[in-house]
Design a binder for this molecule. Sequence first.
Ligand code: EPZ
Length: 423
Amino acid sequence: MDRFVIEGGHRLSGVVPISGAKNAVLPIMAASLIWPDRYILHNVPSLRDTLTMAHLLEIIGARVLFEHNRMEIDTTTCHNPEAPYELVKTMRASFYVLGPLVARFGRCRVSLPGGCNWGPRPVDLHLKAMELLGADVTLEEGYIVARGQLKGNTIDFDVSSVGATGNTLMAAVRAEGETVMTNAAREPEITALARFLQKMGARIDGIGTTTLRITGQNELHGTEEEIIPDRIEAATFLIAGAMAGDKVRIKGASEDHLTDILGKLEAAGAVVNRHEEAIEISRPSATLPVDVVTAPYPGYPTDLQAQWITFMTQAEGNSVVRDNIYMDRFAHVPELIRMGARIRLEGNKATIEGPAELIGAPVMSTDIRASASLVLAALVAGGTSEISRVYHLERGYENIEEKLTALGARIERVADDHRLQKG
Ligand code: EPZ
């Protein structure tokens, strides 16, 4: 497993291009299963997770061609409505094939995802929605087996869930009659999925709101789509710019997906200039403490919670970060403390005492965004840091070492090649 060696203390400047959004392309890839046809996707990020999803589509029988950020999917040859445990356990988003497979085949067998590195991540809302749409859902040896012809219904989500909204939407477009979803997630990635389904011929009203109305269709068809830019990648680089930047330019992001984080960065004193093609950010002379509470979109994203904690270690004063989406998503905190951060955890609330001088150290990645927070810390730490298990980063950040190197960071990939050590 490779690791990154980062020498801290270098100012960042220059342009960083933003890639396509991981959390938009994964459900869109799954949606191609709903109707047998050919689909062409542009601006697809080359990530571990997109390769994993492509592999899952091939296991189900699709043909996938993926090169130079362009993906062709042919689902006319699908024959095996199954998602095996060996694959689902490596990427929870595999569960997105549940809705499409029931919609297409009237039956499927999808491994129940396990927990993830920061704790349980239930799928009860997905299963309840499938049952409300008329599917018979059972758990058989760790697999969700769902079968039945889908009929429209009203689905009121107790909790705003991105995944459950996506799965339900993809099932409802083929359910007979009308489906109404309330308290649906309205993250930009769900809006992108809904627009993709519309381009396939689906009838969806209320896109961008928390109430979606779907009229099931008997016929759909293939289509072509450009994947939206990744707002979490963009915001991660914005935070890097606020910590160590001198006119870092984030190119290709959708500014209207970044309203909350941009407001927070400016409140912390970061110098933000909006240009036609790019958002430019520089670190302030003094960073001000700014509290954050995560919430469903358009609130502050939980996927930026770890990165904000790292940023606040540099603030002139104390701040509080509370994660109300995932109460236990703090595996990055002990690692940051090992680098000199002063953070107190009480349940889902982290109190960060700033400013703290960070010192490079060997640290371990545990999930995509925790890894990103360790990279941010290493960029400003004195000395050198070693971040192990960089495959977590590769799941969600395309070409991250090239992008950081182009900004002036000193980052080197070291392969943990045991064979050499044995020789
Ligand atoms: C999506 O995960 C994202 N993943 C996550 O990003 C992101 O952190 C999360 O949404 C929240 O924004 C993808 O889009 C592939 P949820 P998802 O269902 O769909 C509870 C990353 O780093 N819940 O919106 O799994 C759940 O426990 C990843 O890119 C239920 O209780 O998240 C949580 O508290 C990490 N029952 C809340 O809802 C359910 O059936 C939101 O989860 C489903 C969810």
